[in-house]
Ligand binder design. Sequence first.
Ligand SMILES: NC(=O)c1ccc[n+]([C@@H]2O[C@H](COP(=O)([O-])OP(=O)(O)OC[C@H]3O[C@@H](n4cnc5c(N)ncnc54)[C@H](OP(=O)(O)O)[C@@H]3O)[C@@H](O)[C@H]2O)c1
Length: 315
Amino acid sequence: MNSTKTWLVTGANGFLGMNAGVFLSGKVQTISATRAPHRSPIFDTHVQFDIQDLSSVRSTFSSLNPDVVLNTAALASHQHCEENPELAHEVNAIGAKNVAIAAREIGAQLLHISTDAVFDGKSGNYREADATSPFSVYGQTKLAGEQAVLAALPSALVVRTNFFGWSPSGTRSILEFFVNSLTQGKRVDGYSNYFVSSIYAQDLLQALFELSDFQHSGLLHVASSDSISKYDFGVAVARQWGLDSQLIQAARALHHDGTDSHTRDLSLNTDKTMELLGRKLPTQLEGITRAKMDLPDLRPKVLNTENVSDWEKRD
Ligand SMILES: NC(=O)c1ccc[n+]([C@@H]2O[C@H](COP(=O)([O-])OP(=O)(O)OC[C@H]3O[C@@H](n4cnc5c(N)ncnc54)[C@H](OP(=O)(O)O)[C@@H]3O)[C@@H](O)[C@H]2O)c1
């Protein structure tokens, strides 16, 4: 049923966007939408526009008429957003709204990606209806984006998530942080007071693909079915890769001012999603296992050293 559809993926040069290209390849017709000129051959067609420019988004959508728009474009770095709050708002809130307006005008289904960072991490296991309280500019602007998208297009599906996997720069995700560091024998900190329910990117895309058939609208949490600390995540990666877990030192995440931070638990409750899907979502260990299996085939398709964003080059 899905194979005749066309999916347009914004942010297609990014971590999730490039993973979407690999996942969707052969399943549907794909259009990559990027801000920069580079295009990945993994997509069938390519367009270039900035989501801040409503008229470009509109004219592109109306000429290509995609059935589904997967909006992954965002200013997704906490630090970049803290340093550029106005730009963060322009991209994460206004840009998201522009995509929703243009999708509404052509009757496309919109899957908009949001984040667990709309919560403050004081309690964890957050449900869709729980009160939001973002602790960062990134979280605030992503929350504003969720609200703008649903106001412009109530039939949109807004997915809050957190994910790991193989990224275009090879350095974007926590999985790559631990694999790269431990392979080089580097000692690293693993936060024992920071919990997330991060899902493997390809598992997230599988869930989004299934959900697209249900035409479900509103907020949905799509994440792993368990919550573990970043320290335990690192130890799980070390075990899976046969690397030395002793190189990971249990550490406490600190506030920006260097003071000790209380436990932050940003885990998302996924009961609603699992009920819709009629199946369990994977645990983080299951995701790590799959990421290792996918490595030889998927990583070369996703990796693109020419495509490292200016922001990532600075890290
Ligand atoms: N990574 C995570 O763990 C995580 C966790 C929770 C939620 N999310 C959300 O997941 C989505 C994807 O994140 P990601 O990690 O894939 O981010 P990413 O790697 O930084 O990719 C984001 C993409 O958006 C593009 N973009 C930025 N501003 C744009 C604009 N004005 N117009 C068009 N494109 C623009 C970027 O283009 P350039 O390449 O030209 O800069 C980049 O390719 C985001 O909505 C993010 O908030 C991510």
